[in-house]
Design a protein around this ligand. Structure first.
Ligand code: COA
Length: 262
């Protein structure tokens, strides 16, 4: 039987279930393309902490609706900016640390487009499955920002600096198949059979010995855990600093102005 934390009113922005030895963390703001607001940052951390301790073998993050996730909710910047920015460096550092330190295999089931931090974090997952309809976007320089999620380290390592530059500096959109060729995605599935094929595969993986999987993942992660924490810290400090810049403020104001003119 599935246990559903959400049904007990535990989460406002997530659906969390455990079934077939898989804990599913479903981003649940489909009307906002699953943009991560401040509540969702906190809830994802809490869901990961609980998944780390539960009996499941695998933990999966996926999105409800047509998007996987449209990244940081730009409304996070809209109110009380100075206060938000002061706290957001620590919040973001803590958030990304939960992914660095997660002790079991962590899987992204990328059901739709992914933007910003939803893309950069993929370098910290153990498996990434994507529908062939997915596009990955990292518009940091368009927003006057700098990348996070340890991507300044993981992306050049995964795809080589030349391709990482295209994405992280020049906002190059990548299709699912390009991302697979570059090593960011494990496997791409036809959108029409995506859910069926992915969950069949994951259920089979979840029957493998739980401790063996967890310990093997921890061994691999331990090689560079310290480095990842240092990178995370530098990225967050830089991001907070640049968010006070005119370039960033103007880009975010312009996003909301464009919306209000529609
Ligand atoms: N932050 C805040 N709101 C967001 C959001 C985000 N990252 N992504 C989507 N939304 C909201 C939209 O503002 C809109 O809200 P509304 O219905 O109250 O007006 C709703 O989600 C639906 O999005 P909409 O823009 O109408 O859909 P679309 O299909 O035309 O475009 C996106 C979808 C994701 C391409 C577009 O919303 C977008 O560019 N969002 C910003 C993405 C971004 O820059 N993320 C940060 C990266 S660092």
């Amino acid at each position: 039987m599935a246990s559903s934390a959400q049904s007990k009113g535990k989460y406002e922005t997530l659906l969390v279930t455990t079934e077939d030895k898989i804990t599913k963390i479903i981003l649940n703001r489909p009307d906002k393309k699953n943009a991560i607001n401040l509540v969702m940052y906190g809830e994802i951390m809490r869901a990961l902490e609980e998944a780390a301790k539960d009996d499941s073998t695998l933990t999966v993050i996926t999105g409800r609706g047509d998007y996987y996730c449209s990244g940081n909710d730009l409304n996070n910047f809209a109110e009380n900016l100075q206060e938000v920015l002061k706290n957001s460096g620590e919040l973001l550092k803590n958030f990304v640390s939960h992914f660095i330190d997660f002790p079991k295999p962590l899987v992204a089931v990328v059901n739709g487009p992914a933007i910003g931090i939803a893309v950069t974090l993929l370098g910290l997952f153990d498996l990434v499955f994507a529908s062939d309809k997915v596009v990955f976007q990292t518009p940091f320089s368009l927003l006057g920002q700098t990348p996070e999620g340890c991507s300044t380290y993981t992306f050049p390592k995964i795809m080589g600096p030349i391709k990482a530059n295209e994405m992280l500096l020049f906002n190059k959109r990548m299709t699912a198949n390009e991302a697979r060729t570059q090593g960011l995605v494990t496997e791409v599935f036809a959108d029409s059979t995506f859910q069926q094929e992915v969950w069949t595969r994951l259920k089979a993986y979840a029957n493998l010995p739980r401790n063996s999987l967890a310990l093997s993942k921890q061994l691999m992660r331990s090689v560079e855990k310290e480095k990842l924490h240092a990178v995370n810290s530098r990225e967050c400090d830089q991001l907070v600093e640049i968010c006070f810049s005119d370039e960033c403020m103007n880009a975010i104001t312009s996003f909301f102005q464009k919306k209000s003119k529609l």
